[in-house]
Design a protein around this ligand. Structure first.
Ligand SMILES: N[C@@H](CCC(=O)N[C@@H](CS)C(=O)NCC(=O)O)C(=O)O
Length: 244
């Protein structure tokens, strides 16, 4: 049994999709990140970085429980545990891992920052434009790659696709209509659309999405102070000179 600590975030959705793909039983524990549950001593013991997702594999190596944070590390662990969705052959494995890293270091952070500025700091023209530019560049990169290759890593569906798919979903609870907000159209990105539709049609993905859609957003009841803390601004901002 896997215990999954998460929220509605795309970084959590990728783990849910993976668990359905490799057919491992899991229990979902909602972490109310908009009311500060990630800072609790109990959660901080699971992840000192105080972010979701986290898993606890009750049947870890040598039968002992194992706690893992960071979605990329969790995907690699689950792929290795089940010998699924991460090729063993070195070239194919490197191909999958490099596109997994593009998601972890590019797509997630850039789309995330774009979403933040566009929704909460749209008056910051430079920030909004900078992250819109980076996000659009990444959409074009994916389109180019998927014009050359059926899946991101190569010929096979891998954890690189699983990691990226939730960030491209047209609608999710956290980001709303990401494509619409960024004026990204499927017509201009036909290879991305083909890839997206292929993944969305998989049985495991469909069953994962049914579960994902049941996870409630904790943002709706967040107070102004909760949001200031979540966004690390106002009284929660640290000063540049390190005084706070
Ligand atoms: N690099 C991390 C990112 C995790 C992350 O940013 N999680 C967000 C949800 S998308 C979170 O827990 N936010 C709460 C917070 O930052 O306080 C991963 O891929 O697991």
């Amino acid at each position: 049994m896997i215990e999954l600590y998460g929220s509605t975030s795309p970084n959590v959705q990728k783990i849910q999709i993976m668990l359905h793909e490799v057919d491992l039983d899991y229990r979902f524990h909602l972490v109310d990140v908009h009311h500060g549950e990630q800072y609790s001593p109990e959660f901080s013991r699971l992840n000192p970085n105080q972010k979701v997702p986290v898993i606890v594999d009750r049947d870890g190596p040598e039968g002992r429980p194992l706690t893992i944070f960071e979605s990329g590390a969790i995907l690699i662990y689950l792929a290795e545990k089940t010998a699924r969705l991460l090729p063993e052959e070195p070239a194919a494995r490197a191909g999958a891992l490099q596109w997994l890293m593009i998601q972890l270091t590019g797509i997630g952070p850039m789309f995330g920052q774009f979403n933040h500025f566009q929704r909460y700091a749209a008056d910051d023209v430079y920030g909004t434009s900078r992250f819109a530019t980076q996000s659009r560049r990444l959409y074009d990169l994916l389109e180019q790659r998927l014009g050359e290759s059926p899946f991101l890593g190569g010929g096979e569906y891998t954890i690189a696709d699983i990691a990226t798919f939730p960030w491209i979903r047209v609608e999710n609870k956290l980001f709303g209509k990401t494509h619409a907000v960024m004026n990204i159209d499927w017509e201009g990105h036909p290879n991305l659309a083909r890839w997206y539709n292929t993944i969305a049609a998989r049985d495991a993905v469909k069953s994962a999405l049914l579960k994902i859609n049941l996870v409630p957003s904790t943002m709706t009841t967040a107070t102004r102070e909760d949001l200031e803390r979540y966004h690390a601004r106002g009284t929660f901002a640290r000063s540049l000179d390190g005084a706070t």
